[in-house]
Design a protein around this ligand. Structure first.
Ligand code: NAD
Length: 433
């Protein structure tokens, strides 16, 4: 199962909880407070934006293959819809809680806002380990969950997407369920669908492509002229592989990659075609003959121009931040940099493209998918990539200018912009009635 929409294997929440020993949602609120302080938000507006708008809890039965009935618990939470319909993934994970879903919904509001999408933020989840279900159980669970939350979702109201534990097939079942209720096809009800039913070209590569565009812009801004710039990528999965391929096409040299079992390093550059063949056969990158074996920890500290952590959260910490030798970090994975490492990297002059924008290519192309579905007119991949480039580059320079002008780091700058836009929309709309 793969992840999408930025929202996604979003583990800012984990970092949030570890950081402060408070709940994930309380930590999300603290991050919001820091941004609200930067922009001088009034107490009245703060009070509204600190809470989620709606939280729906559902308990629903599913017939299991052995004839038994199991009751599952799920949620759909909308944080804010001042700027447009809510947008956020659906996660299937055994350890998910309402508190976490609320934190992730709030995060989606800021992520959509910072890249200028006309969306609010939401998140959904079911407490289940999808790997333990048969395909038929997964389909039944998905269709019943979609029915339970159908009062909230729809193209004008709230548009789900894949997240941890869900994938395009799950989105197809949700789209079909909503369509059956409506009596006609409603492709714009979800994004991250297969292309055959209204999914978008370019969606799979979108997070890695967005990260690539931003890396190239940052190299330009920083006047880094290494010839060629070298790159180490932790996590050779969906995001990491797209980024490796696209950065290579842009002229950079990938010298190291890794997966959960370990990494490989060749200072002269990795032969990605041969590596992909090796990976097909061996199921991972380790053991690749044309490179030396390294650990995941060693990969992070290599003398490279660009480091792309694209695996899991909290890999750059207060402990190793002092040893990072990259000049630029593109935070492909959500929360790869732990909060206590942020100031260390900043003080050492290491430029960070924070996760909230670095992996936003996913939700941006999801937005394009929704637009294409609504207009029933589909774009070529080239057009999608051009539009993605425009949206994500504009957001990058917005954040950069705020960071420079307000003398704050890139992450806080991104939050400040996002919160300001949502606050503007909330204030100008006023309080009903
Ligand atoms: P993936 O499962 O396709 O790939 C993850 C890779 O990381 C795999 O190669 C895996 O072996 C490796 N890995 C796992 N644990 C590791 C560890 N402890 N150390 C080193 N490597 C490890 O996942 P993905 O879709 O590429 O997502 C990667 C990150 O990007 C996640 O944080 C996710 O939230 C984020 N993200 C993904 C998308 C998307 O659309 N795919 C969008 C936004 C954000």
């Amino acid at each position: 199962m793969r992840v999408a929409d930025g929202d996604v294997r979003s583990s800012i929440e984990i970092r949030m909880a570890v950081e402060t020993r408070v709940s994930a949602f309380q930590t999300a609120q603290r991050r919001f407070d820091a941004a609200a302080d930067v922009i001088g938000l009034s107490d009245d507006t703060r009070r509204g934006l600190r809470e989620v708008k709606r939280e729906l809890t559902v308990h629903f039965p599913v017939h299991m293959d052995d004839g038994s009935v199991h009751v599952f618990t799920g949620w759909r939470v909308q944080h804010n819809i001042s700027r447009g319909p809510a947008k956020g993934g659906i996660r299937y994970h055994p350890d998910i809680t309402l508190d976490l879903v609320k934190a992730l919904a709030m995060l989606m509001t800021w992520k959509c806002s910072v890249v200028g999408l006309p969306y609010g933020g939401s998140k959904g989840a079911v407490a289940v380990d999808p790997a333990k279900l048969s395909l038929s159980e997964l389909e039944h669970l998905t269709r019943r969950y979609a029915t339970e939350i159908a009062i909230l979702i729809g193209p004008e109201k709230d548009i789900p997407a894949p997240d941890m534990g869900t994938n395009p097939q799950v989105m197809a079942w949700i789209m079909d369920t909503i369509s059956m209720h409506s009596g006609h096809s409603v492709p714009a009800a979800v994004t991250g669908k297969p292309v055959d039913i209204g999914g978008s070209e370019g969606r799979i590569d979108a997070p890695g492509r967005g990260a690539t565009y931003l890396t190239l812009e940052a190299l330009k801004y920083l006047h880094i002229e290494d010839d060629p710039p070298t790159v180490a990528i932790q996590g050779y999965g969906q995001v990491g592989r797209s980024a490796a391929r696209l950065l290579t096409e842009a002229g950079l040299k990938i010298v190291a990659v890794s997966d959960s079992k370990g990494g490989v390093y060749n200072p002269s550059g990795l032969d990605l075609a041969a590596l992909d063949e090796h990976r097909q056969v061996r199921g991972g990158v380790t053991g690749f003959k044309k490179a030396e074996a390294i650990t995941n920890a060693e990969l992070l500290e290599l003398p490279v121009t660009v480091l792309v952590p694209a695996a899991v959260q909290d890999v750059i910490t207060a402990d190793n931040a002092t040893r990072i030798r990259a000049r630029l970090i593109t935070e492909g994975a959500n929360a790869a940099v732990a909060p206590e490492a942020d100031p260390i990297l900043h003080d050492r002059g290491i430029f960070l493209i924070p996760d909230i924008i670095a992996n936003a290519g996913g939700v941006i192309v999801s937005y394009f998918e929704w637009v294409q579905d609504l207009q029933a007119f589909f774009w070529e991949e080239e057009e999608i990539n051009t539009k993605l480039h425009h949206v994500i580059t504009r957001a990058f320079y917005d954040i950069l200018h705020t960071s420079v002008n307000k003398r704050i780091d890139m992450r806080l700058a991104a939050y400040a912009i996002a919160v300001q836009r949502v606050a503007n929309a909330t204030m100008v709309r006023g309080i009903y009635p």
